[in-house]
Each structure stands twice: as structure tokens, then as C-alpha cells.
Write a protein that binds this ligand. Structure first.
Ligand SMILES: CC(C)(COP(=O)(O)OP(=O)(O)OC[C@H]1O[C@@H](n2cnc3c(N)ncnc32)[C@H](O)[C@@H]1OP(=O)(O)O)[C@@H](O)C(=O)NCCC(=O)NCCS
Length: 185
């Protein structure tokens, strides 16, 4: 399955069933930090839950509706980046991402998203890619800003986290404004 180099020793690879153990192990180790902004973490209780997620993303991939790719750095699994809400009729989609706590602060996610957005806008010929980040999730918003996305507004109370509705900051990138840089999928 596809694999894309992000940097020396960092690559993306389509998540497959065989990756379930390492993905679950990172989610389980970092659940206290991940659950702050990711609504699915509490529902991921066992490796089988991760396996179900991977199976459903492979089904989405087969139907050309999106996909999830793992990120490996120095051979260690360190997070996930993916696309969802692919709307081929209107040539638009969204991306989402998370990293294990210890892998933050090195620019890995910005570089991985750059490769993914280039794939979506240049290879899949989408016209628009969106990122939604909860208000207050400064690290996630900073990834969108570093990539040059334009902040387009606030989607009110669009994410339910720990019993409270959070506003989402919406960022968008258009094909005509994208600077792909050197990396390609
Ligand atoms: C959102 C998330 C992926 C951001 O991770 P991150 O490590 O801050 O993002 P990057 O990997 O792009 O790294 C950027 C950081 O590395 C630094 N950096 C070091 N080398 C860099 C390089 N070559 N290029 C870019 N940044 C670099 C940047 O200065 C920045 O650090 P700072 O925040 O101290 O300024 C991570 O915090 C996370 O997974 N959070 C929990 C889940 C989540 O919120 N997901 C998003 C839901 S919308």
C-alpha cells in the first residue's frame, strides 16, 4: 500500500490491519493527553476498537471517500494523519491529525500535512482542503497556520468534548493558493 517519504527517516503509510497493535499502544499510552481534543479517544478501549477504525478507513479508501495514514519517525509509529468528508462532486475535503505526546515539537505534523495536502490538491485534483480545530487548541491551529491556510471563521458548538460543546475554528486552503514545496506523495 502507498508509502510517502516526509523527511529523511519520516514516512507516511496507509494504515492496515497489521498496524492495529502499535496504533492502539500509542493511543493507550497517551490517552490522557489525546482525549483533551479528540472525541474518539474514550471510546477506544481495546485494540479491537482500533482495528475497527482501521477497517472502516480502508473501506473509505476503497470507496474513494478518504483514508488514514500512519506516521513513522525513526521506525517508531508516532501518529496519524488522514482525510475525511471527501466530496468529489465539489472537489473538496478535510484533514485531521494527531501525534503521540513525545513526538510533538519537531515539525513532523506540519511536514506530514504538507505531503497530504499536496496529494489532495495536486494528485487528487481537489480544489479545497479544510482543517477544523477546536477554539483553544493552539497547537493544532498553529499547524494550519504554518501550512498557510486561511482562517475562514468559527463553526459554533460543532464538537462535543467531555460534555461541553466547543466552537471550531475553520481553516481552508484553495488549490490556486497552495505552495506544494518539494514533497510529493
Ligand atoms: C496538533 C498536534 C499534531 C501538533 O503537534 P506539533 O508537534 O505542535 O506540530 P508539528 O509536528 O508540526 O511541530 C511544530 C512544533 O515543532 C517546532 N519545529 C521544530 N522543527 C520544526 C520544523 N522543521 N518545521 C516546523 N516546526 C518545527 C515548531 O516550532 C513547533 O513548536 P512550538 O509549538 O513550540 O512552536 C499535536 O499537538 C497533537 O496531536 N495534539 C493532540 C491531538 C490534536 O489536537 N489533534 C488535532 C485535532 S484538530
Amino acid at each position: 500500500m502507498f508509502r510517502a517519504q516526509v523527511r529523511e527517516n519520516v514516512y507516511l503509510q496507509l494504515l492496515e490491519e497489521r498496524h492495529a497493535a502499535e496504533v492502539f499502544s500509542l493511543v493507550d499510552r497517551d490517552r490522557a493527553y489525546l482525549r483533551e481534543w479528540l472525541p474518539w479517544v474514550d471510546a477506544t478501549e481495546t485494540q479491537d476498537d482500533t482495528l475497527s477504525f482501521i477497517r472502516s478507513s480502508l473501506e473509505q479508501f476503497a470507496a474513494n471517500k478518504g483514508f488514514a495514514a500512519g506516521i513513522w519517525s525513526e521506525r517508531q509509529f508516532c501518529g496519524v494523519v488522514g482525510t475525511h468528508q471527501l466530496d468529489l462532486l465539489n472537489r473538496k475535503g478535510e484533514i485531521g491529525y494527531w501525534l503521540g505526546r513525545a513526538f510533538q515539537g519537531r515539525g513532523v505534523m506540519t511536514a506530514a500535512c504538507r505531503v497530504l495536502v499536496t496529494h489532495l490538491l495536486c494528485e487528487m485534483d481537489l480544489n479545497r482542503v479544510a482543517i477544523h480545530c477546536a477554539k483553544g487548541n493552539e497547537k493544532s491551529c498553529a499547524v494550519a497556520q504554518r501550512l498557510g491556510f486561511t482562517e475562514e471563521g468559527l463553526v459554533r458548538e460543532a464538537q462535543l468534548l467531555h460534555g461541553r460543546f466547543h466552537d471550531l475554528r475553520r481553516f481552508g486552503m484553495l488549490k490556486k493558493d497552495w505552495n506544494p514545496g518539494p514533497s510529493r506523495l
